[in-house]
Write a protein that binds this ligand. Structure first.
Ligand code: FAD
Ligand code: NAD
Length: 468
């Protein structure tokens, strides 16, 4: 065993590799361990990036089939799925090389293999290139992420019954795809395959899609997706799925029980949420406490119940988002080295990259009602925004919620083209506790989609919109 390093980070996803870079910038001797041969974690290898690459390829094809003619462009589009998949893989491998370069540039030691915490201050490598090594360290940072939540009655084979990982790799477009769960993954990947010609049915346990989202947006979102051809079976749970000679036989029943039905499809995508991934880490052995959902409990400095062991990202409570994970990575290491740091969890935007995009930050109307808070609502439809009309993106609206007394912005909800970019105008202002009038008084360029955000702010602040 060599001399103790300052920090061993387990997991090289967005939380881990960003923490490693910051740790080196702050002078810590740092080691990063990952069982994958490619850096970047779930997000880069089988999550955010490959899904967005496929969303873009399928979007362009869909535009060529359905939208080009509106502009007088006549084409007969065809697509080559294997090319699309290779294109996606190349984006991933190029970006992974970029992270590898960053590790080398910042002199982070990279260790390949599965890590186990054998004792406080000791990390053992149980397989892979560095198998057998025990690393002595002053601090351990767990950044092991999450995995797809399993469902009783289904055995995932990543061919016919798949998680998001398999759904990023289908070698041919399935004729019938059944998606279990109308959450972010189901709607993004459901959209990809529907655009490429699959008949997509989404089975959802609840009576609405995207739970936790502002209900007005959720309802509008469902209508738009239905117009695009996605079918929804609501208030229903899948009880089993079995691979047969031809297709997969899926059995489902009402969420409340009864009314059993069977359906045969080509592929099943299971996406009912993700669970923290802590298998083989040795948490119990060292006494790291987890909550009822197996998430690692941490304090305000991301320290677990064991001094010297920290945790960040998907394996701790909070939204499972790459940007939340990254910020926790830098915040944890900064506090570890004596700096002060704070993350405003109320101002973390969430984006669904469908067409239109859906984005939100802060409180929903339902949450404000539950809190008994008095608030004002400002809304503006993209159908009344000149740029949206010019680019054929008139679907959707912006909604801003502001405190009735102070006018402070409490939440922003957008469904529309580029919602994922527009939302940052609101989240940035929320970070500075701005009012809806502050936002409304900022000069916005014309013609831009951002003007719809300004108009919603004008409405929320009571100044009155200029365009309706
Ligand atoms: P991860 O990225 O999961 O990384 C953890 C790493 O730890 C993995 O590489 C794993 O191999 C390694 N590891 C685990 N255990 C061990 C061990 N014992 N030893 C060694 N290594 C270990 N979020 C967004 O914000 N935007 C998106 O658009 C988005 N799209 C997504 C699409 C899909 C299909 C999926 C599945 C997720 C998506 N997410 C998205 C969520 C995002 O991927 C996660 O929030 C993010 O990856 C969490 O980062 P992390 O560092 O906590 O963990
Ligand atoms: P999710 O939590 O977004 O949605 C899961 C859905 O499945 C919910 O609507 C839930 O009601 C439903 N459900 C649960 N059990 C069910 C059952 N037995 N039958 C039918 N429906 C059931 O989970 P996800 O889509 O798997 O995504 C996991 C995580 O990955 C999310 O937390 C998300 O933050 C992250 N992610 C983010 C992005 C993004 O930021 N664009 C993209 C993909 C994934």
């Amino acid at each position: 065993m060599t001399d103790a390093v300052d920090l061993v980070i387990i997991g090289a996803g967005p939380s881990g590799y960003v923490a490693a870079i910051r740790a080196r910038q702050l002078g810590l001797k740092t080691v990063i361990v990952d069982k994958r041969t490619s850096l970047g974690g779930t997000c880069l290898n089988v999550g955010c990036i490959p899904s967005k690459a496929l969303l873009q390829s399928s979007h362009l094809y869909h535009q060529a089939v359905h939208k080009f003619q509106d502009h007088g462009i006549q084409v007969t589009p065809k697509f080559d799925l294997s090319h699309m998949l290779k294109h996606k893989d190349k984006i991933v491998s190029d970006l992974a090389k970029g992270i590898d370069f960053l590790m080398k540039k910042n002199k982070v030691r990279r260790v390949m293999g599965s890590a186990t915490i054998t004792a406080v201050g000791k990390v053992g490598i149980t397989d892979g290139k560095n198998k057998g090594e025990i690393i002595a360290t002053k601090n351990i940072l767990i950044a092991t992420g999450s995995e797809s939540t399993p469902l009783l009655g289904l055995v995932v084979d990543e061919k016919n019954i798949v998680t998001s990982t398999g759904a990023l790799e289908f070698p041919a477009v399935p004729k019938k795809l059944l998606v279990i769960g109308a959450g972010v993954i189901g709607l993004e990947l459901g959209s990809v395959w529907a655009r490429l010609g699959a008949e997509v049915t989404v089975v959802e346990f609840l009576d609405h899609i995207t739970p936790g989202m502002d209900m007005e947006i959720s309802k509008q979102f469902k209508k738009i997706l239905e117009k695009q051809g996605l079918k929804f079976t609501m208030g229903t749970k899948v009880t089993s799925a079995k691979v047969k000679k031809i297709g997969v036989e899926v059995t489902m029943e009402l969420a409340s029980g009864g009314d059993v039905r069977c359906q045969t499809v080509d592929k099943v995508l299971l996406c009912i949420g993700r669970s923290p991934y802590t298998d083989g880490l040795g948490l119990e052995g060292v006494g790291v406490q987890t909550n009822q959902r197996s998430m690692i409990e941490v304090d305000g400095r991301y320290q677990t119940s064991v001094p010297g062991i920290y945790a960040i990202g998907d394996c701790i409570p909070g939204p499972m988002l790459a940007h939340k994970a990254e910020d926790e990575g830098t915040a944890c290491v900064e506090m570890l080295t004596g700096h002060s740091r704070h993350i405003n969890y109320n101002a973390i935007p969430e984006v669904i990259y469908t067409d239109p995009e859906v984005a939100n930050v802060g409180a929903t109307e339902e949450q404000l009602k539950e809190q008994g808070r008095k608030y004002r609502v400002g809304k503006f439809p993209f159908s009344a925004n000149s740029r949206a009309r010019a680019v054929g993106a008139g679907d959707g609206f912006v909604k801003i919620l502001a405190d009735d007394e102070t006018d402070q912005i409490l939440g922003g909800h957008i469904i529309g083209s580029d919602a994922g970019t527009l939302i940052h105008e609101i989240s940035l202002l929320m970070e500075f506790t701005a009012s809806s009038e502050d936002l409304a008084r900022c000069t916005h360029a014309h013609p831009t989609l951002n003007e719809a955000v300004k108009e919603a702010a004008l409405a929320a602040s009571g100044l009155g919109t200029m365009h309706i």
